[in-house]
Design a protein around this ligand. Structure first.
Ligand code: HEM
Length: 464
């Protein structure tokens, strides 16, 4: 007999829950309620988009099982295909397997260690920019987007300082506008159908911006290829000089015919898309948490002094792993507020999950937010307790308990990179400033990331 998981309350006849997903401001509310309902009802539930079932998971075991079988992303992700079709986030399983294996070494710890100087430079640039705002409350969105864009474009594209304006202005701007268009399409169910979308004004705007991005990247790629040929550049994996990811992709393309130019562009765009909003939002939330919990902030400050030996200097690759309390604070923030609160896949064949069968062709979405509030985290699951990360006895004994960077084989390739970036910049900020925030008024909107929309301003004062 075909058992069905419980349906999340609020479905209407024929349209199901569709009406909850047409207004930006309301989507996070239904998604949060859905997570809590699923947690309280056995870890699997259904959201109905018209007659179509999307299966929601908050059970860590079922999630891992489902996601290691279903490697293809749900159809929403493909709204971005013009920009990133064969990039790692959106590519279909077959291409993904090959490309992920080829690109993995570019993000190994040894290579990332070569990015530390750049991370310090950009963090200090941000700290100096903030010195003009002391005592005033600041919306950190723009400074942080600029900061993450600069680091990502230096380390992935390898742009020089003189090209930075191009990134800060045109490239970053095109991405911000494109993401608004993708969200607009997502909230207009009729535009999900290619027939209507192809004829829409939204599509025309999207085409123009995609072309802009293409026209920025193409000459950069061509120029780099030429430079590499002229310098008879040799790339080997043990090379411990600064190598932007683009150089490694070009090398793989030339040596092994691994990627076309279009695929290289799609990979680069993917890194930028995957990196800048997630890191910006995560950093905003971390600043909110430490601005509110002053005792936590002082412990971070003391740890930094200890690791830097009270010297006024940059962080080295050996310092970062020693910032264990700061790492606990970052993880605890991402546990309570996973920057990407939901991820979705297409179910590629019938799969048995617990007592249910998910039919081929349906959608399966994991609530990372739900997994992070699962009873395995204990009675204090909804409280901010960084110390839990320092005591194994206080952590769930489950490999899939902390999933801010994804679930199973297709987890975030930039996880270590992001941790390094976040440690470096929070380290520099806390070293110079006291951070102040008011957590009581924090509000979110769902924009694939959990975007803070109210009450997220930060005030800095100088440490003396
Ligand atoms: C705090 C920051 C970040 C968070 C919270 C985060 C989170 C995630 C999550 C949840 C996924 C899985 C998405 C899914 O299954 O649909 C993912 C995938 C991915 N992330 Fe990140 N990410 C962060 C930073 C970065 C950075 C800095 C980069 C690159 C430089 C990056 C590159 C990627 C890529 C390429 C994928 C696709 C991986 C694949 O399918 O093979 N991310 N990330």
């Amino acid at each position: 007999k075909n058992l069905m998981p419980p349906v999340v309350p609020g479905a209407l006849p024929l349209i199901g829950h569709t009406h909850h997903f047409t207004e930006f401001e309301k989507i996070w509310n239904i998604l949060e309620q859905t997570s809590l309902f699923t947690l309280n009802n056995g870890g699997i539930s259904i959201i109905k988009i018209c007659e179509y079932n999307a299966y929601i998971l908050t059970d860590p075991d079922l999630s891992l099982m489902a996601y290691n079988i279903c490697l293809n992303k749900m159809y929403f992700y493909h709204f971005t295909d013009d920009l990133v079709a064969n990039g790692l986030i959106t590519s279909e399983a077959q291409t993904w397997k090959i490309h992920r294996k080829l690109i993995n070494p570019a993000f190994n710890q040894q290579n990332l260690n070569n990015f530390i100087d750049e991370m310090n430079v950009q963090a200090k640039r941000l700290v100096s920019e903030l010195s003009t705002t002391l005592g005033k409350s600041v919306n950190m969105r723009k400074p942080l987007v600029r900061y993450t864009m600069n680091i990502t474009s230096r380390t992935t594209l390898g742009l020089n300082a003189e090209d930075q304006t191009l990134v800060e202005k045109d490239y970053a701007h095109a991405f911000e506008l494109l993401s608004v268009l993708y969200y607009q399409r997502a909230t207009k169910p009729w535009l999900h159908l290619p027939f209507f979308f192809k004829r829409s004004a939204l599509k025309r705007k999207q085409d123009k911006l995609t072309e802009t991005v293409k026209n920025i990247l193409t000459p950069i790629i061509q120029k780099r290829r030429l430079e590499m040929k002229m310098n008879s550049y040799i790339n080997n994996e043990n090379d411990d000089k600064f190598q932007p990811v683009l150089n490694r992709l070009l090398h793989l393309a030339d040596e092994q015919n691994a990627f076309t130019d279009t695929e290289i562009r799609e990979h680069l765009n993917t890194f930028v898309i995957a990196a800048y909003d997630t890191t910006t939002v995560s950093l905003t939330l971390i600043l909110m948490m430490i601005g509110w919990h002053k005792d936590v902030q002082e412990r971070i400050y003391n740890e930094i002094q200890e690791v830097l030996n009270n010297e006024d200097r940059d962080f080295t690759k050996n310092d970062l792993p020693k910032l264990v309390y700061l790492e606990a604070v970052i993880k605890e923030t991402l546990r309570l507020y996973p920057t990407v609160p939901y991820i979705g896949r297409t179910v590629n064949r019938d799969i048995a999950l617990g007592k249910y069968t998910l039919p081929a062709g349906s959608t399966c979405a994991i609530s990372l937010y739900g997994i992070h509030r699962h009873p395995m985290w204990g009675k204090d699951a909804d409280q901010f307790i960084p110390d839990r990360w320092l005591d194994p006895a206080r952590l769930p004994n489950h490999p899939n308990a902390f999933v801010a960077f994804g679930v199973g084989k297709r987890y975030c390739i930039g996880k270590q990179y992001a941790m390094m970036v976040m440690k470096t910049v929070i380290g520099h900020i806390v070293n110079q400033y006291h951070v102040h925030s008011d957590l009581s008024r924090l509000k979110f909107q769902y924009e694939v990331v959990l975007q803070p929309t109210k009450g997220h301003r930060i005030t800095y004062t100088k440490r003396t």
